[in-house]
Design a protein around this ligand. Structure first.
Ligand code: NAD
Ligand code: UFG
Length: 347
């Protein structure tokens, strides 16, 4: 094991659990703090099963600042990766205060915690949703931000501002915001993946649930966009690549750079795929036809977005290794594994 511990908020969730695996495989010891509002403690079993190490876990709501005192003061953290947040665009439109409260209060408490415990480095989960309907493609880190299309997106814009304001008066803390494009796919072992509660909102989990017969057909939202086949374009990045980027971002923070104490990076593949291309990829890797129907556009969706991945490659040395076929294949393998082995043990 390398030196100290890394506190991972939201570490039992989808991206957090994959990042814990990657941290462990790189010699770090993640300590998870999560209130399990959108995950379950079996996530720890999966992390242990894959990596051979079970992170210490604290069931704490980050909005409860006092509860953070339960984390022992003798643990010296080298850094904190802050994943914990609510993330559903639709839900945030229906219940904005829930989103502003959870996502902002938890971040404020995390920043206080960094100061109180002298944690020197913070990695923050942001989103390409901050670019809104982007004015230029591919989107670079210099592309002007647009008014967010949802309260969720607004919490990410505000969070980035809270961090930069805080850093101005706390030069002892350095931070990176990572703007994820569309995280998707599952661990290559098929033993960990996305577990949405209820009916999935996102494309990949809806697609794989359709593939295993849980849903009748996939609805493709919009066939009249100005794209090669009329369906919307997104930049899908494999969750294990994303996890690796967090380790690289963290290690970049640990180098004494003598410059600014804040950086932000896009995390995408640099390639855009239409919804129909994603379906075709699934059909190719599975050898199965997917039932789908093109329906009206989903309100609030943008037509196309993909990242310029150059800055992360140049500065962090990060380049995603897995393409769209690896994303659809691992997502499908995980869905099959989960339905066969894990779901039964829960019910
Ligand atoms: P997730 O819901 O699977 O994981 C988030 C975890 O945070 C969950 O385990 C949840 O229980 C926990 N959590 C939420 N509020 C908490 C609180 N107040 N206290 C303690 N724990 C709390 O989501 P994910 O997909 O892994 O996303 C992780 C981060 O990445 C989030 O900040 C999300 O906004 C951001 N992000 C996700 C996507 C995506 O498409 N998945 C895209 C861009 C950005
Ligand atoms: N789509 C369908 N059918 C579905 C689900 C999605 O056609 O059943 C389409 C959408 O219309 C969109 C594309 O597939 O064109 C991707 O949709 P997702 O819902 O998977 O992802 P979004 O790009 O809408 O948003 C996601 C997360 C946000 C995050 C954003 C950027 O849900 O939280 O990526 O990171 F902010």
């Amino acid at each position: 094991m390398k030196t100290g511990y890394i506190l991972v908020s939201g570490g039992s969730g989808y991206i957090g659990s994959h990042t814990c695996i990657e941290l462990i495989e790189n010699g770090y010891q993640p300590v998870i703090v999560d209130n399990l509002s959108n995950s379950d403690s079996q996530s720890l079993d999966r992390i242990e099963d894959i990596s051979g190490y079970r992170p210490t876990f604290y069931k704490i709501d980050l909005c409860d600042r006092k509860a953070l005192d339960r984390i022992p003061k003798d643990i010296i953290f080298d850094g904190l990766i802050h994943f914990a947040a609510f993330k559903s665009v639709n839900e945030s439109v229906a219940n904005p205060l829930m989103y502003y409260h959870n996502n902002l209060e938890s971040l404020i408490n995390v920043l206080h915690f960094c100061t109180e415990r002298k944690i020197p480095h913070l990695v923050f989960s942001s989103s390409c949703t901050v670019y809104g309907d982007a004015t230029e493609l591919p989107v670079t880190e210099e592309t002007p931000l647009q008014k967010p299309s949802s309260p969720y997106g607004n919490t990410k814009q505000i969070s980035e501002s809270i961090i930069t304001d805080y850093l101005k008066v706390h030069p002892e803390l350095s931070s990176i915001s990572l703007r994820y494009f569309n995280p998707a796919g599952a661990h290559p072992s098929a033993k960990n993946g996305e577990l949405p509660q209820g009916i999935p909102n996102n494309l990949l989990p809806y697609l794989t649930q359709t593939a295993v017969g849980l849903r009748k057909e996939l609805q493709v939202f919009g066939g009249d966009y100005n794209t090669k086949d009329g369906t919307a374009i997104r930049d899908y990045i494999h969750v294990s690549d994303l996890a690796e980027a967090h380790v690289k971002a963290f290690e970049y923070l640990m180098i004494d750079r003598m410059g600014s104490n804040y950086e932000l990076f896009n995390l995408g593949s640099g390639h855009g795929y239409t919804v129909l291309e994603v379906i075709q990829s699934y059909e190719k890797v599975s050898g199965q036809k997917l039932p789908y129907k093109i329906v009206d556009r989903r309100p609030g969706d943008i037509e196309k977005i993909w990242a310029s991945a150059e800055k992360a490659e140049k500065i962090l040395g990060f380049k995603p290794k897995r393409g769209i076929d690896e994303i659809t294949r691992t997502a499908w393998e995980w869905e099959k594994h989960f339905r066969k082995n894990i779901e039964k043990s829960i019910s």
